[in-house]
Design a protein around this ligand. Structure first.
Ligand SMILES: [Zn+2]
Ligand SMILES: [Zn+2]
Length: 372
């Protein structure tokens, strides 16, 4: 299905009677104007896609005729679908259309952004609660220092590539949804540069780039969740021919903590009360991520009850406040009794009745509501 409902002629800024050359020229002009590398406006990508779609339709006589006669509906009926493309491969798209470069410049001046790098770091839950700085090591492609990225051994020269005769490209017939096209592919020997070095640099073997192990001090914000990524802009692989470097994405793993279970920004822990503490009431010091807290459990505390310590959970990432700390009560029962204890308990049992126990709180319901 077509992505835009706008008029294709209008999008390209041409008359309905425009010939093939006019359409091509108009597309080139629009594409240069809207390319996301040069156009910072937020809607540039969408507008670019529209223009590409318009060109796809109007540059082929079958689709153009369908569109001229029946409009967008005709194209849909004819099974037309705009190409889904990735902005990273716009240059390829352009070579597919024109057999040349997007900006109509020689391939040796082609700048490309470097690729992104993925790294990972594991932290404790307690560190996620406070925020932490970590040295994160990763391998990254950087410009070779020995040849300053030229690939030539210092003192040696650079000559035209004899595989492509110095043009940097080789013609190749390719196939696409638009039919066959001649694709000017970057020459594999010189990598599109058109020039090769006489004597390759001893450090980088002529590539001009080397892999370097780097370590960055990364600030991990308080409240980060397991699996979230931190972007370090411009710290990724070096771009080609002066293009900008890619980014580093650091994936943060938050290790499970023996004492706590995290649920969003809330923290759960459990507390074991003896049957007597549960019946008589008690005060306990509870470990929380925000430090120790006093928790008073009234007489008659039941197993499965949840006590909430507000604002003592995880800090909210890039926000204000904290989640809650929720304590799930467990009641433990003695596994063995001395003769004296047994006698006391029997005496106690004899003195109690249904009045001492209320049946209106069902353990299972409480347990369910503990984990909202
Ligand atoms: Zn080098
Ligand atoms: Zn070459």
């Amino acid at each position: 299905m077509a992505a835009t409902s706008r008029d294709y002629y209008e999008l390209l800024g041409v008359e309905r009677g425009a010939n093939e050359a006019d359409i091509k020229r108009a597309f080139r002009r629009k594409a240069r104007e809207l390319h996301p590398d040069v156009n910072e406006e937020p809607d540039a990508q969408d507008r670019f896609r529209e223009v590409v779609e318009a060109y796809e339709v109007l540059s082929k006589s079958e689709t153009r005729q369908l569109y001229d006669r029946f409009g967008h509906a005709g194209l849909r009926g004819g099974g037309f679908r705009p190409t889904q493309f990735d902005f990273g491969s716009l240059n390829d798209l352009f070579s597919a259309f024109f057999g040349d470069d997007l900006f109509g410049v020689s391939p040796r001046a082609r700048r490309a952004r470097g690729a992104d790098v993925a790294a990972e770091v594991a932290i404790e839950l307690t560190e996620a609660a406070t925020g932490v700085r970590r040295d994160v090591p990763f391998d990254v492609v950087v410009k070779c220092g020995r040849c300053r990225g030229s690939g030539a051994e210092p003192g040696s020269g650079v000559v035209d590539c004899d595989t492509c005769g110095g043009t940097g490209r080789l013609q190749q017939v390719g196939r696409s949804v638009f039919g066959d096209f001649v694709r000017a592919q970057a020459c594999p020997r010189c990598d599109g540069a058109g020039r090769v070095v006489e004597q390759p640099c001893a450090e980088c073997e002529g590539s001009g780039r080397i892999v370097d192990r780097r370590t960055l001090d990364v600030e991990i914000p308080a409240g980060i969740h397991d699996g979230q990524r931190i972007r370090l802009s411009g710290e990724g692989h070096v771009g080609s021919l002066g293009g900008p470097a890619g980014d580093v994405y650091v994936r943060v793993r938050v290790k499970p903590d023996r004492r706590f279970v995290r649920e969003g920004d809330d923290i759960y822990s459990t507390i074991d009360l003896t049957i007597t503490d549960a019946a008589l009431g008690t005060t306990r010091t509870i470990e929380t991520l925000a430090g120790p807290a006093e928790l008073t459990l009234p007489p008659g505390t039941q197993p499965g009850e949840v006590r909430v310590l507000p604002g003592r959970g995880m800090p909210v990432l890039q926000g204000y406040g904290r989640g809650d700390h929720r304590v799930l009560v467990n009641v433990i029962v003695p596994r063995q009794l001395s003769a004296e204890q047994r006698a006391l308990l029997e005496q106690f049992a004899g003195s109690t009745g249904a009045d001492n126990y209320r049946g209106d709180e069902r353990f299972f319901d409480k347990l369910k509501s503990a984990f909202r």
